[in-house]
Design a protein. Structure first.
Ligand SMILES: Nc1nc2c(ncn2[C@@H]2O[C@H](COP(=O)(O)OP(=O)(O)OP(=O)(O)O)[C@@H](O)[C@H]2O)c(=O)[nH]1
Ligand SMILES: [Mg+2]
Length: 349
C-alpha cells in the first residue's frame, strides 16, 4: 500500500511541484490564471489544475472574477445539460462526530473502485481555537502521490455556518474532473442548510448517544438529510440503538426514503459500501441541471436579501417578484451574476 499522510490547511496535495502550483503562485501575485485553460484541464480529469482553481475562485479581484466566469464556461461545455457531471456531496455533523475519519475511509473505498475524488474540508476559523474538543481531532488521510485524489482544508473566513462563498465555485469546477466532490463542514442545523444549498446530496453524520440529531429532527430544527450516518458502529449496542431511533423518527416524519447507515471508520471498517450505495441511490433520483440551477437562484436571492434586507426585496416587489426576475436568466448563470441582475433591477427602480 502507498504511504498515507495527513492533510493540513493550505497544502496543495495533488498539485505537488507541478506547473499548476507555479500558476497558482502567479495567480496570487498578480494576473490570475486563465480560467479557460484551467477549465479544460479539469474536463480532461487533470487534478493538478485544482490548486490553481482554488486560488482563482478565492481571488476577489475583478480580473479573477472574469476568469472564473471563463472557467465556468469551459466546465459547462461538459455533458449533462451544462453541469459538471461529478456528484457533489456534503458531509456535515457536530464536532468530533467522526466526519474526517469517515471521509478517509470513503476516499479509500471510492479509489478502490477506480472513482476519482476531491475533498474540500471547510474549517470554520472560529473553531480553530476550540480545536477538537478533546484534542483528538483526526485529519483526512490520503495518498499524496495518487493523481485521482485531491484534498484540501480551507478556512471558512470567519463566516458563521462555515461555508466560504468560494466553496460552491470550487466544488462545481472540480466536479468536472472527478466522480465525487465531498465537502466536510462542522455543525448541524444552520451549517447543514448552508451546505445543502451548494451540494447535490447531504449526508448528516452523528455519533451514537449524542441525541442531537434526533431532537433536531423531531423539533424541525434540522431539515431531513438525504442520508443519515451513525458513526462509531464499533461501539456496538449504543450505535445500533441510535440507528433504530433515527429510523423511527424519520418514519414518524413520513420520510421513509431517507436511508440511515451505520459505519465504523476504525478497524474493522464497515458500512462504507452501504453509504456509497445510499449516496448513489439518492444521486439517481436527481434532475441535476434543474436542481443546481434552482439552488443557484435561491442562493442569489438569499445573498441579495442578506446584503440589502427586507427593504431591498420590497424595491423588487417582494421575494416572489425577485425570484421571477431570475427565471429569465441563463440556466448556467452563477450566483454572483444573478446577484448582479437583482442589484441592477433594484437600482433601476
Ligand atoms: N471508536 C471509534 N472512534 C472513531 C470513529 N471515527 C472517528 N473516531 C474518533 O472520534 C474522534 C473524532 O473524529 P474526527 O474524524 O476527527 O471527527 P470530525 O467530525 O471530523 O471532527 P471535527 O472535524 O473536529 O468536527 C477521533 O478521536 C477519532 O479517532 C469510529 O468509527 N469508531
Ligand atoms: Mg474533521
Amino acid at each position: 500500500m502507498k504511504p498515507l499522510r495527513q492533510s493540513s490547511a493550505g497544502e496543495h496535495p495533488g498539485g505537488g511541484s507541478s506547473p499548476a502550483l507555479g500558476a497558482a503562485r502567479a495567480g496570487r501575485a498578480g494576473r490570475p490564471s486563465s480560467g479557460t485553460e484551467l477549465g479544460e484541464r479539469l474536463r480532461a480529469g487533470d487534478l493538478s489544475a485544482a490548486p490553481a482553481v482554488l486560488n482563482l475562485v478565492e481571488n476577489r479581484t475583478d480580473a479573477a472574477r472574469e476568469e472564473v466566469v471563463l472557467l465556468q464556461k469551459a466546465v459547462a461545455a461538459a455533458a449533462l445539460g451544462g453541469e459538471a457531471p461529478g456528484h457533489v456531496v456534503g458531509v456535515t455533523g457536530p464536532p468530533g462526530a467522526g466526519k474526517s475519519s469517515l471521509l478517509s475511509e470513503l476516499v479509500r473505498t471510492w479509489r478502490a473502485g477506480a472513482r476519482s475524488v476531491a475533498v474540500l474540508a471547510v474549517d470554520p476559523s472560529s473553531r480553530r481555537t476550540r480545536g477538537s474538543l478533546l484534542g483528538d481531532r483526526a485529519r483526512i488521510a490520503f495518498d499524496p502521490t495518487d493523481p485521482g485524489t485531491f484534498i484540501r482544508s480551507t478556512a471558512a473566513g470567519g463566516r458563521l455556518g462555515g461555508l466560504a462563498p468560494a466553496t460552491r465555485a470550487a466544488a462545481h469546477a472540480l466536479a468536472a474532473a472527478v466522480d465525487v466532490v465531498l465537502i466536510e463542514t462542522v455543525g448541524v442545523g444552520q451549517a447543514e442548510v448552508e451546505v445543502a444549498d451548494v451540494v447535490d446530496s447531504v449526508a448528516v453524520v452523528v455519533q451514537p448517544g449524542s441525541g442531537d440529531a434526533l431532537q433536531f429532527l423531531k423539533a424541525g430544527i434540522m431539515e431531513v438529510p438525504d442520508v443519515l450516518v451513525v458513526t462509531k458502529a464499533d461501539l456496538g449496542d449504543i450505535a445500533m440503538r441510535a440507528r433504530r431511533d433515527l429510523a423511527a423518527a424519520l418514519r414518524s416524519l413520513g420520510e421513509r426514503d431517507t436511508r440511515v447507515v451505520a459505519v465504523s471508520s476504525v478497524s474493522p471498517v464497515r458500512g462504507m459500501d452501504d453509504l456509497v450505495a445510499a449516496l448513489e441511490v439518492h444521486r439517481d433520483t436527481l434532475d441535476l441541471p434543474a436542481m443546481r440551477r434552482d439552488k443557484r437562484r435561491a442562493s442569489a436571492l438569499a445573498a441579495f436579501a442578506a446584503e440589502h434586507g427586507e427593504r431591498g426585496l420590497r424595491v423588487l416587489g417582494g421575494p416572489r417578484a425577485a425570484a421571477r426576475l431570475l427565471v429569465a436568466e441563463p440556466a448556467g448563470a452563477d450566483v454572483p451574476a444573478l446577484v448582479n441582475v437583482l442589484e441592477h433591477h433594484a437600482h433601476a427602480r
